[in-house]
Design a protein around this ligand. Structure first.
Ligand code: PLP
Length: 408
C-alpha cells in the first residue's frame, strides 16, 4: 500500500479525533523515524514523551523477547507472577513509595489516584471529605474523572456533566491554593512540571507549600508525573529534582517535596501500555481486596519491559546525561535568532519554547526539515525527545528548528 492509500483508508474507517502528519511512518531506529518514502525525521516527540530509549533499542527488544519466552503475555491479577512484584519493588526502592498499583495509562492512573484519595478521605474525615483540589492549566487525562481535573473548556464542555467534587486554584500561587482548602478536600493534585499546559515548572516554594497544606488538612498530595517522571526531568522522579535543588536531601528520607501518591505512565514500558500509582503505606492501608482493579494491568510482558526501562533510566550516569543534554538543548534554543522567540524553559529533556505566535506552521515546516515537533498549547513548541538523544543530534535539532522557524 502506498502512503496515500494508507491515509485514505484511515480517513475512511478511523474516528477523526486526531490531526495526523501527512506521511506514513514505517520504521524507527535510535532517535530517527522513517516514512514510507524513506524520508528520515529526527524525533523530538518520542510518541509524546513515551519512547525514552528511542526506537529499535537492543535492550528493549531483548526484554520483550525474554518475557515472551515464558509464553505468558497476560494471566490476570488472579495469579502471582514475578515481573510485577519485581517492578513494584524497583519503583518503591527508587522513590518515596511503599506500595504500587498498576493500571494501563496515565488517565487511568489519575482515576485510580482519585479513588484511593476518596477512600482515604472517607476513612479519615467522613463522607464529606471527597473533594479534589487541582490547578489552572493542568492536564490529567481525558476520562471523565481525569477530565474534571483538566480545566480546558474545549476538552470539557462537549462532555459535561463532569465528575463532581473538583475545585481549582492557580498553579504556582500558594495563596490561591490556601483559599480553596478546607476539611472537605481529600487530595491536592499537581504536575511538578506541567506538560500539555505549556512546560511550566512548579516553584519549589509552591510544592513545599502544598505539602504543608495537605498535612495541615490531612489531605493527600498527589503528583502527576505521567509526563515529567521516569527520567525525563534529569532525575528518576521529577520531584526529586526539587528536593535535591532545595535541600540536598536526595529523598532518602521523607522531605518537604515528597508526595503521598504519584502517577506514572508514558515511558514506563518503552511504549507498551502501562500506568502505575505509587503510594505511601498510609494510603494503601485504607484499600482492601475488591476495591479497585483492571483486567490487563501489571501483566508479565509489560512489567518485565518496564523493569528493564526503569532499571536503565535510574542509573545515575544516565540521569546526569539527561540533565546535561537538556541544558545543551535549552542553551542552543536560547541562541536561535528569531524575533518570535519569547522564552525557553524546562528541566532535563522536557523543554518548552514559547513563541509570540501559533507554533502550528513551525511543526508543519519541521516535517520538511526532517524534524518531528509537537506543541504544548497554541504558542509553545515542546521538546520531549528520546532520553538517549546524542549531543550531535541536539545540535541537529537546533539547526533544523532554526530553518523551520522561517515558516513564520
Ligand atoms: C501529566 C499527564 N497526566 C495524564 C496524562 C494522560 O495520560 P494518557 O494519555 O496515557 O491517558 C497525560 C497525557 O499526556 C499527561 O501529560
Amino acid at each position: 500500500m502506498n502512503a496515500q492509500d494508507v491515509i485514505a483508508l484511515e480517513q475512511r474507517y478511523l474516528l477523526g479525533v486526531y490531526g495526523r502528519a501527512p506521511f506514513v511512518l514505517e520504521r524507527g531506529d535510535g532517535c530517527t523515524l522513517y516514512d514510507t518514502t524513506g524520508a528520515a525525521y529526527l524525533d523530538c516527540v518520542a510518541g509524546i514523551a513515551v519512547n525514552a530509549l528511542g526506537y529499535n533499542d537492543a535492550g528493549v527488544s531483548q526484554a520483550i523477547g525474554a518475557a515472551l519466552s515464558s509464553g505468558m503475555v497476560h494471566v490476570s491479577n488472579l495469579y502471582h507472577t514475578e515481573p510485577h512484584a519485581r517492578l513494584a519493588e524497583l519503583l518503591c526502592s527508587t522513590s518515596f513509595a511503599e506500595r504500587v498499583h498498576f493500571c494501563n495509562s496515565g488517565a487511568e492512573a489519575t482515576e485510580g489516584a482519585f479513588k484511593f484519595a476518596r477512600r482515604y478521605g472517607r476513612a479519615h474525615g467522613g463522607d464529606q471529605k471527597v473533594e479534589i483540589l487541582a490547578f489552572s492549566n493542568a492536564f490529567h487525562g481525558r476520562t471523565m474523572g481525569a477530565l474534571a481535573a483538566t480545566p480546558r473548556p474545549t476538552y470539557q464542555d462537549p462532555f459535561r456533566p463532569l465528575m463532581p467534587g473538583v475545585r481549582f486554584a492557580e498553579f504556582n500561587d500558594l495563596e490561591s491554593a490556601k483559599a480553596q482548602m478546607d476539611e472537605r478536600v481529600c487530595a491536592i493534585l499537581v504536575e511538578p512540571i506541567q506538560g500539555e499546559g505549556g512546560i511550566h515548572l512548579a516553584e519549589p516554594t509552591f510544592l513545599a507549600g502544598l505539602r504543608a497544606l495537605a498535612d495541615q488538612y490531612d489531605a493527600l498530595l498527589i503528583y502527576d508525573e505521567v509526563q515529567c517522571g521516569v527520567g525525563r526531568a534529569g532525575t528518576l522522579w521529577a520531584y526529586q529534582g526539587f528536593c535535591t535543588a532545595a535541600s540536598g536531601c536526595g529523598c532518602a528520607q521523607r522531605c518537604q517535596f515528597e508526595p503521598d501518591l504519584l502517577t506514572a505512565a508514558k515511558p514506563l514500558a518503552a511504549g507498551l501500555p502501562i500506568g502505575a500509582i505509587l503510594m505511601r503505606q498510609r494510603v494503601a492501608e485504607v484499600l482492601h481486596k475488591g476495591d479497585h482493579g483492571s483486567t490487563f494491568a501489571g501483566g508479565p510482558l509489560v512489567t518485565s519491559v518496564a523493569h528493564h526501562v526503569v532499571g536503565r533510566v535510574a542509573q545515575p550516569d544516565f540521569l546526569t546525561g539527561v540533565a546535561a543534554k537538556g541544558q545543551l538543548l535549552r542553551d542552543l534554543l536560547a541562541e536561535i535568532n528569531n524575533p518570535h522567540l519569547v522564552e525557553v524553559r524546562g528541566r532535563g529533556l522536557m523543554v518548552g519554547l514559547e513563541l509570540d505566535v501559533a507554533v502550528a506552521p513551525v511543526v508543519s515546516r519541521g516535517y520538511d526539515e526532517g524534524l518531528l515537533l509537537v506543541n504544548a498549547g497554541p504558542n509553545v513548541l515542546r521538546f520531549v525527545p528520546p532520553l538517549v538523544i546524542s549531543e550531535v543530534e541536539i545540535h541537529l535539532v537546533a539547526e533544523r528548528l532554526t530553518r523551520a522557524l522561517q515558516a513564520l
